[in-house]
Write a protein that binds this ligand. Structure first.
Ligand code: PHE
Length: 355
C-alpha cells in the first residue's frame, strides 16, 4: 500500500514537470487529483486495512496528496506565467504606427445638392422655406388654376391619401402627397409678407417608377412676387443660378410652354456641355442633347388667378415661379452616368461612397 502511494507520487510529479499548456495541466489534474482520479482510487483501498495499518497508510496518503497538490500549484503558476510571457512577446505594440481611422460617413448626394442649391439662391436673397408634403389638393391644384376635374391634373400622377379605398378629405379638399413643390406658391403668398423671394425645396411624389422616374423625388421651387417683377428678372435669376451651379460657360434659353399656373410659361434650357451648345460633335450629332440644349424644368410668370388665390391684387403685384427636379439637375452637372435613377436611393455603399 505504502509503496503504491509513493509510486503514485513519483509518477504524478514527473507528469506535472512535463506539462506545458493549460490544457495539459487540466488533464493531469483530473488524472491524479480529480474526484475519480488515481489518488481517490488509492484512498478507497485504505478502507480494507485494519485500524493500525489504516492510520499509518492514511498519514502517508495525506502527505502524498499534499505533495501532488503543491506540485499542481507550482505547475499552474509556471504555465500561466509562460503563457503570459509568450503573449507579450507576440503582442508588442508599436506606438509610432498610424492609428486605424474610423469610417466617417457623409451626407447623401441629394442632400449635398440641396445645400448647394439653397446656398446659391441665398446669395440673391431667396429664403428657404418648407411647405407640407401631405397637402390638400386645393394647394396642389385648385389654387394653381386647375379646377376640379381639369384634365391638366393628369400630368401630375398623384397619390391620394385614403382609408380602405376611400380618398381622405379635409378642410380644403382631398388629401394628396404633393406631386410638385408648387403647392408652396399660394401657401407662401397667403403669409402676406411681401416682397416674396422663396426657395422651397422638398420631396414630391408621383405614381411612377421606372429607370428614369422615382415615386419620390425632390424639387426646388422659386417664387418671386413684388411690384414690377417681369420676365427679365426670371431670366436673370435663371442665368445666375446656371452660371453658379453649372459653370460660367453655360448659356440659358427660355422656350415657350404651357402651365395652368403661369402665363406666359416656359421650359428652361441650358446649353449642352458636351457639344458646347452646337448640337454637333466631331463625327456627327451630339448624343446627350437635342440640338445643343438640355431641358432643366418649368417656369413662368405667376398666373393672375394664383395671385388672387393668395389674396393679392394682380394689377398691383406680379411674380415669377420655377420648379426644377433636384436629382435631374445634379445629375446633369456631375455627369453621373447611371442607367437607373433608382440607384440613388438603394443605399448601396459601393455607389454612395463615391460622392
Ligand atoms: N410644378 C411644375 C412641374 O412640376 C414646374 C413649374 C413650377 C412650372 C413653377 C412653372 C412654375 O412640372
Amino acid at each position: 500500500m505504502q509503496d503504491a502511494l509513493i509510486q503514485l507520487q513519483t509518477e504524478a510529479l514527473a507528469v506535472f514537470l512535463k506539462v506545458k499548456t493549460l490544457d495539459e495541466l487540466e488533464a493531469a489534474r483530473v488524472e491524479y487529483l480529480g474526484r475519480k482520479g488515481r489518488l481517490a482510487e488509492a484512498m478507497k483501498d485504505l478502507a480494507a486495512l485494519d485500524a493500525d495499518a489504516k492510520r499509518e497508510a492514511g498519514k502517508i496518503a495525506n502527505d502524498v496528496k499534499r505533495t501532488i497538490e503543491a506540485s499542481f500549484q507550482a505547475t499552474e503558476a509556471r504555465v500561466v506565467a509562460g503563457a503570459a510571457a509568450e503573449r507579450k512577446a507576440q503582442e508588442w505594440l508599436d506606438v509610432s504606427l498610424p492609428g486605424i481611422a474610423p469610417a466617417v460617413g457623409h451626407l447623401h448626394l441629394t442632400t449635398q445638392a440641396i445645400d448647394e442649391i439653397s446656398g446659391i439662391f441665398a446669395h440673391i436673397g431667396f429664403v428657404r422655406s418648407r411647405h407640407p408634403e401631405v397637402d390638400w389638393d386645393y394647394y396642389a391644384f385648385e389654387s394653381l388654376n386647375m379646377p376640379k376635374e381639369h384634365p391638366a391634373r393628369d400630368e401630375w400622377e398623384t397619390f391620394f391619401i385614403g382609408d380602405e379605398g376611400e380618398v381622405a378629405t379635409g378642410e380644403k379638399g382631398k388629401i394628396v402627397l404633393t406631386p410638385h413643390t408648387s403647392n408652396g406658391q399660394v401657401r407662401e403668398i397667403e403669409k402676406g409678407e411681401l416682397p416674396i423671394r422663396m426657395i422651397n425645396i422638398g420631396k414630391c411624389y408621383r405614381r411612377q417608377a421606372s429607370a428614369r422616374h422615382l415615386p419620390m423625388f425632390h424639387q426646388f421651387e422659386g417664387l418671386m412676387v413684388d411690384k414690377n417683377v417681369t420676365v427679365t428678372e426670371l431670366k436673370g435669376v435663371f442665368d445666375y443660378f446656371v452660371k453658379r451651379y453649372f459653370g460660367p460657360d453655360r448659356a440659358t434659353r427660355l422656350r415657350p410652354y404651357h402651365f395652368r399656373f403661369t402665363e406666359p410659361s416656359f421650359e428652361l434650357d441650358i446649353s449642352c456641355a458636351v457639344c458646347e451648345g452646337t448640337g454637333k460633335i466631331e463625327n456627327g450629332k451630339c448624343k446627350l442633347c437635342k440640338g445643343g440644349w438640355l431641358e432643366l424644368g418649368g417656369a413662368g410668370m405667376v398666373h393672375p388667378n394664383v395671385l388672387k388665390a393668395g389674396g393679392l391684387n394682380p394689377d398691383e403685384y406680379t411674380g415669377f415661379a420655377f420648379g426644377w427636379g433636384v436629382e435631374r439637375t445634379m445629375m446633369m452637372r456631375s455627369g453621373i452616368n447611371i442607367d437607373d435613377i433608382r440607384t440613388l436611393y438603394k443605399n448601396d455603399l459601393r455607389f454612395l461612397t463615391q460622392f
